[in-house]
Design a protein. Structure first.
Lengths: 503, 103
């Protein structure tokens, strides 16, 4: 039986479009059909655009007939985590605050994908304002894991990762501030790349923590991630924090090298603090097997200790809420978004009430918690003890990584101490939820790049291998990851939802 | 002993412009105390002082030329489009409750 078109990888789809085997309309229809049939079981999409998607697909097919194809992404259907401004359409950040917000401008990420001819299928679910590790704080309901729908997809990019795992889109684009691409990618068995801070523009991306946020591709393969990265990366005059660093040759880094030791000469570091106590033995076993596989491919591994990294979670949960408290101040019930002024039953008595009542009603509990935590660590009397201390400690982490990357090309470890947990299991305990990020935040704090690739299963749930590179050295993790995917097929397995679903 | 008391939460809610109910104040105090207890560990970590000031990658502020942007300029957003999102707007203004009191 022919594989359904929505199950193709980006590369396969692009090749078949180029050969004229398939049209973008057929590919897009296959994805839309899959969304209709399956998404009610996982709730990954918050908005679907069938009419405009088919229009974009037709325009792509017309360009192909006219010989004016825009490039490899032309005609490829994808989705966006609902945190990117798309002009004339609602962008909600899965919040009540922005549930009706129509953006007056486009995010750079969206514009680059449009200019490349990619077809936008819709917007996908996230924890509210990307704050969470399970997509359970979403105003639009939780996104379930296609490998076991009693489990979470992870977060905050649960929608993007679950939708790609279930083949409802060829790829997705999401954000990672403390692990929000890598952790759900690991939980859902897909590839999730979080490039170096500044690699991709943040213009039009709804800000959570401005020194930690970064966009990255969620794809079926490492090679697909390299392709999407090439389109999105680059200096943007609209984002002063975007880096003026030349692009790497990302797809070239994924070249299939001859011989059975393609990673010969690469030095890998196994992070001691990422194993042992605190990581489930079955997860550790899968990751160590993956390391052995890469050794057979020629990579040489040594253990490395990163003691500062052990403090990364505490640093993160001081700095991130501090930045959140600042970024969330723009939601004031005056300029846009939810306001009690729009509710005839409410009569705010003064300006303060407009702010305080709009924000209390417009934000969920997790967002309110982080705003108050951030306010606390920045407030007079606490600022030095918490925020300044965290900023100093952050330098130690950055320096520790920089030093490590003079001796290693890639650092490895698990993405998460355990596979996907059950829906509802951690929502009552915010600190337990924060600890979900324990193996991912160091990267955001330390200003480096990282990726999750599927490396096995436990209890029928995917396990992710985390590969990290030095700043702007994404080619190293793309090379290691793509070589790994040449000799393994975890990334090609269909989730349980698809193998047991009746069509 | 709670790191963050209910009184603290009331104070933080006011600073953050959040109208938190009595019931929620109690719950948040417990939850925030747990988190603060965890991040407190950082206090004992020996860090080199003053390096944070050296951390930031030099960022050039982008300054635009002092000229009107045409409607065709892709960076432009029309005032009408911005005000369309406002809960209360009138004649190209956002409408707000009075900022200054009569006292």
């Amino acid at each position: 039986m022919m594989r359904p078109l929505n199950q193709l990888t980006l590369e396969e789809a692009a090749a078949r479009l180029a050969r004229g085997d398939i049209t973008s309309v057929e590919l897009t229809e296959a994805c839309l059909q899959a969304i209709r049939q399956i998404d009610s079981k996982i709730n990954s999409f918050v908005a679907v655009f069938p009419e405009s998607a088919l229009e974009e697909a037709r325009a792509s097919d017309d360009r192909r007939k006219a010989g004016t194809t825009l490039g490899i992404l032309d005609g490829i259907p994808y989705n966006l985590k609902d945190v990117y401004a798309t002009k004339g359409r609602v962008t909600t950040a899965s919040s009540r605050m922005l549930s009706a917000w129509i953006s007056p401008y486009d995010a750079t990420v969206y514009r680059r994908l449009s200019d490349a001819g990619a077809v936008l299928l819709g917007k996908t679910n996230t924890d509210e304002f990307t704050m969470g590790s399970s997509t359970e704080t979403s105003y639009q309901g939780v996104t379930r894991n296609p490998w076991n729908t009693e489990r979470v997809a992870g977060g905050s990019s649960g929608g993007p990762t679950a939708s790609v795992a279930a083949h409802l889109s060829i790829f997705s684009v999401a954000t990672d501030t403390g692990g929000s691409i890598r952790q759900p990618a690991a939980f859902c068995g897909v590839t999730g790349l979080r490039p170096t801070y500044g690699r991709i523009s943040r213009f039009g991306e709804i800000a959570m923590a401005s020194s930690l946020d970064q966009t990255g591709p969620v794809t079926k393969t490492v090679r697909d991630a390299a392709i999407v990265l090439s389109i999105l990366a680059g200096k943007d005059p609209l984002d002063a924090t975007s880096a003026d660093v030349p692009l790497g040759e990302y797809l070239k880094a994924c070249e299939k090298l001859s011989g059975d030791r393609p990673l010969q000469g690469m030095r890998g570091g196994v992070i001691r603090e990422y194993f042992g106590e605190g990581v489930r033995p079955d997860v550790e076993a899968q990751v160590r097997t993956a390391i052995t596989t890469m050794e057979k491919l020629g990579m040489e591994f040594e253990e490395i200790s990163l003691p500062a990294v052990a403090h990364a979670l505490a640093i993160y949960y001081i700095i991130a809420p501090a930045e959140v408290s600042s970024n969330m101040a723009r939601y004031d019930g005056i300029h846009y978004g939810y306001s009690v002024e729009s509710d005839p039953s409410k009569k705010p008595e003064d300006l303060y009430a407009v702010y305080a009542e709009s924000r209390a009603a417009g934000f969920g509990a997790e967002v309110q918690r982080r705003i108050m935590l951030g306010t606390h660590v920045l407030s007079s009397g606490y600022h030095d003890a918490y925020y300044r201390q965290a900023e100093e400690a952050r330098i130690a982490v950055t320096e520790e990584f920089a030093e490590a990357f003079t001796r290693f090309d890639v650092l490895v470890g698990p993405v998460s101490p355990h596979p996907a947990f059950a829906v509802g299991e951690k929502v009552q305990d915010p600190l337990a939820m924060y600890k979900e990020d324990i193996l991912t935040v160091a990267l955001n704090i330390g200003g480096i790049a990282g990726m999750s690739v599927p490396c096995g299963y436990t209890d029928g749930l995917p396990v992710g291998l985390q590969l990290m590179s030095g700043a702007f050295q994404e080619e190293n993790i793309l090379k290691a990851g793509s070589a790994y995917q040449q000799v393994t097929d975890y990334h090609m397995q269909l989730p349980t939802l698809l193998t047991t679903a009746t069509v | 002993m709670q790191n963050v008391s209910q009184h603290d939460v009331t104070h933080l809610a006011k600073l953050a412009r959040l109208d938190v109910s009595e019931e929620d104040i109690k719950r948040y105090a417990g939850q925030l105390s747990d988190v603060v207890a965890y991040v407190e560990a950082l206090k004992d970590v020996n860090v080199a002082d003053g390096k944070a000031a050296l951390r930031t990658r030099p960022v050039d502020s982008i300054v635009a030329a002092d000229q009107l942007r045409g409607e065709a300029d892709q960076w432009s957003v029309l005032p009408e489009d911005i005000l369309a999102g406002a809960p209360l707007a009138e004649n190209h203004y956002f409408v707000v409750q009075s900022v200054l009191s009569e006292e």
